[in-house]
Design a binder for this molecule. Structure first.
Ligand SMILES: [Zn+2]
Length: 339
């Protein structure tokens, strides 16, 4: 209903919340810790409730898919909204005063967990793909109040989507009254006006590829994962071209008796193209799938929102926790902008 096609459903993917919530955004030439993102970027002004004064859910953060981008998809999103790229566990603040009039606590369907806010001005706002919320149905909330924590939930899994919060807005009615596709661009109603898209094209470029690696990886050693024959880069920027987006890597592995770990590494290059720094992002551990059949496969997924500026490139690594593990297929999906 909401944004099928936004990100890869991962019913088959395994992930652990405690680790994935520490995944980091990579910022302008440096690695920014999660604590620097989205926390307390504004102090609530409790007097303002009219349209044009809404607060973004997590402050000023990269937009991984705009409202127009949702509408331009093929097929178009069933619930166009703004995707704010934030790591799992980022506090979400109420856009304005209102009442929580709907909430869903399961990860089922495309929306995953959500909260709906009936604003005091009569408008209706939904926050999708949440990790958690302790605000009960019927609660009155005030502008700027933390009402939930962001996640990647959807399609029956905690990681059905890449980590982000999706915000949809309807003017003067509920989505059932007005139609789910008749939302408006939330960014046009926020305090200070919309963030300019990172490029002139508001529609992110979608890239998808699969590669049959069919390689046994050694136990206990971080091993670089190819995404095509002799190609390792998930994303890269240069001194003149920035790249912003989110990338997911999906692995299918055989002979997984214990498990494996995944991580993405950012390499910074100097003007001569020599690697001068390497910044591994936190590892995500994928346990072995319960071995009901002797040849069962284990699936792993790692998703990272990123913003690269300067000569930086990203690649992924795997570390097996048992001997004999063989990675069969590597799939990479990206939504990104160049600017
Ligand atoms: Zn979305």
């Amino acid at each position: 209903m909401c944004d099928a096609g936004d990100h890869e459903p991962s019913s088959a993917a395994a992930s652990r919340d405690g680790l994935s919530r520490r995944a980091l955004l990579i910022g302008t030439g440096i690695v920014i810790g999660a604590t620097a993102i989205g926390w307390d970027l504004f102090s609530p002004d409790l007097s303002a409730t009219a349209a044009g004064t809404y607060l973004r859910p997590c402050g000023v953060v990269p937009i991984s898919s705009s409202w127009q981008g949702h509408r331009n998809r093929n097929p178009p999103s069933g619930e166009p909204g703004t995707d704010y790229a934030v790591v799992v566990g980022t506090p979400i603040r109420a856009a304005t005063d209102g009442v929580i009039v709907d909430r869903k606590d399961s990860t089922t369907t495309a929306t995953g967990r959500y909260l709906a806010l009936r604003a005091s001005d009569g408008n209706y706002i939904r926050y999708l793909h949440l990790q958690s919320s302790s605000v009960p149905l019927g609660a009155r909330v005030t502008r700027g109040q933390i009402i939930a924590y962001s996640g990647a939930s959807g399609f029956g899994s905690e990681a059905g989507y890449g980590a982000h919060v999706h915000v949809s807005l309807w003017i003067g009615g509920t989505p059932l009254q007005l139609g789910f596709t008749n939302s408006v661009d939330f960014e046009n109603y926020v305090e200070g006006g919309p963030i300019q898209p990172p490029s002139e094209d508001p529609v992110p470029i979608h890239q998808s590829s699969s590669y049959q690696w069919n390689s046994v990886v050694p136990r206990g050693v971080w091993t670089r994962i190819p995404v095509a024959s002799d190609l390792y880069w998930l994303a890269h920027s240069s001194a003149t071209v920035k790249e912003t987006g989110d990338v997911s890597i999906y692995l299918t592995a055989a002979k997984v008796t214990k498990g494996f770990q995944l991580r993405i590494v950012a390499e910074t290059l100097n003007a001569s193209g020599v690697v001068v720094a390497s910044s591994p992002q936190p590892a995500l551990e994928i346990p072995a799938t319960a071995a009901e059949a002797p040849n069962s496969l284990t699936f792993g997924q790692y998703t990272l929102p990123y913003s690269l500026s300067g000569p930086i490139r990203l690649f992924a690594e795997i570390r097996s926790l048992n001997t004999g593990l063989r990675v069969e297929q590597v799939t990479v999906k990206k939504n990104y902008w160049l600017s």
